[in-house]
Design a protein around this ligand. Structure first.
Ligand SMILES: C[S@@+](CC[C@H](N)C(=O)[O-])C[C@H]1O[C@@H](n2cnc3c(N)ncnc32)[C@H](O)[C@@H]1O
Length: 390
């Protein structure tokens, strides 16, 4: 496909997303309907679509319309790409620009809502939650995130992992502050077929999640429950840190379907516990709640989510989180640890949630808190470590 044809495809996909289709589904439908598109084309269209969703309001302003076409005009303008060459009206290219589309846009107001690429209620929620750090966090969500790997230190160190990846043309550099993390600088899309990945030497995981697991008080012999295990990324990271007896649970067990294969690659054994059995399981020395949350700290990876998120969604999540906390706490042994984590930066899902839990359960005391905001080094992530006062 020509660059112009890729832009035309991105316009069509964006129009579907604006009409309410989830981004992944719109991209899959487009790929199925256009089987001539190769993997390079699909990746290029996807990159254009995700970039436009991250910077939607800014591009709509620059392109004079909140439509697939307006967003792509805005994107090309922002990147100083040759608009006339792409919007040429030639075969497979988007139709030529109209006079109105050619008009230079007014400068983007410095503190107008379009600058932040978030719905107005979320701008208010970020400011209420993060104070003077909000602007930096919101700006970070408009940028593309790096791909991070966690080196499975059971199988080797960072240098060994880097060399193995380099042999398959995947370039990486060590993360500055998270000792297990590598940042992929070239050929990130090859990672899941690389031997280092297939043999469990590296896993895909953001540095923020890795930092949280490194901060947990884990030591050999502990019984640990990953209460909201999902695909098991946190179970695997905990297993790499110490020789643990790890159990994984999720209210939707199907989400753990890949865990046995991932654990086998990593050289770990992880028991799965179904929803009917979890309340009778344990006790555990440490229970981790990687809570279902808005994901507001990771919206640059799932940028359509921020445009669909509503206050009622937040209320529902806060309710579920407040129900999980006491259930998971009951499974911790006397004197043990309850860890609560979210990849959200919103106060209602973090500080407020823990303050309410500790107020209602005075036998629990917070002993550690980690707050990472989305930025060049990692996604947004919060961790609270609570210890049971036996
Ligand atoms: C943030 S995700 C977990 C991500 C996972 N720990 C990882 O590292 O890949 C939250 C998970 O919580 C699960 N969940 C939602 N409500 C739950 C509940 N009441 N009890 C247990 N798990 C729940 C969801 O199915 C989802 O898989």
């Amino acid at each position: 496909m020509t660059p112009a044809a890729r832009v035309a495809a991105a316009i069509a996909v964006l129009d579907q997303i604006i009409a309410g289709e989830p981004a992944e589904r719109a991209l899959i439908s487009w790929a199925r309907a256009n089987r001539y598109a190769g993997s390079g084309d699909r990746a290029a269209v996807r990159d254009r679509v995700f970039d436009a969703l991250r910077r939607r309001d800014e591009y709509a302003h620059l392109g004079h319309a909140l439509s697939g076409r307006g967003l792509m005009i805005g994107a090309l303008r922002a990147a100083a790409e040759d608009l006339e060459a792409i919007f040429s009206g030639a075969a497979y290219a988007p139709p030529a620009l109209t006079e109105a589309e050619r008009a230079a846009p007014a400068p983007l107001p410095d503190d107008g809502p379009a600058r932040w690429n978030l719905p107005a209620p979320l701008i208010a929620a970020f400011r209420a939650s993060l104070g003077d750090q909000a602007d930096r966090a919101m700006a970070a969500l408009s940028q593309r995130a790096d791909v991070h790997l966690r080196v499975n230190t059971r199988k080797g160190g960072r240098e060994k992992a880097q060399a193995a990846l380099a042999a398959e043309e995947i370039e990486t550099r060590p993360h500055n502050s998270v000792e297990t993390a590598l940042i992929v600088t070239k050929n990130a899309r090859k990672v899941q077929n690389a031997q280092a990945y297939l043999q469990g030497l590296v896993e895909l995981q953001d540095a923020a999640s890795q930092a949280a697991i490194l901060r947990l008080p884990l030591s050999d012999g502990m019984r640990v429950l990953d209460y909201c295990a999902g695909g098991g990324g946190k179970s695997l990271a905990m297993g790499a840190r110490a020789r643990l007896d790890i159990a994984a649970h999720d209210a939707a067990p199907a989400r753990m379907a890949d865990l046995p294969a991932r654990a086998a690659r990593a050289g770990l054994k992880i028991r799965q516990i179904g929803p009917a059995d979890v309340a009778r399981s344990g006790p555990y020395d440490l229970v981790l709640i990687d809570a279902p949350c808005s994901g507001s700290g990771t919206w640059r990876r799932t940028p359509d989510a921020k445009w669909r998120f509503e206050d009622k969604d937040l209320q529902a999540l806060v309710r579920v989180q407040s129900e999980i906390l006491p259930k998971a706490a009951r499974l911790v042994t006397a004197g043990g640890v309850l860890a609560y984590a979210t990849c959200s930066v919103l106060q209602g899902e973090n500080d407020d949630q823990i303050a309410a839990f500790c107020a209602a359960h005075p036998q629990w005391q917070q002993t550690d808190r980690m707050q990472l905001l989305p930025g060049p080094d990692w996604d947004g992530f919060y961790l609270y470590v609570l210890r049971h006062q036996a």
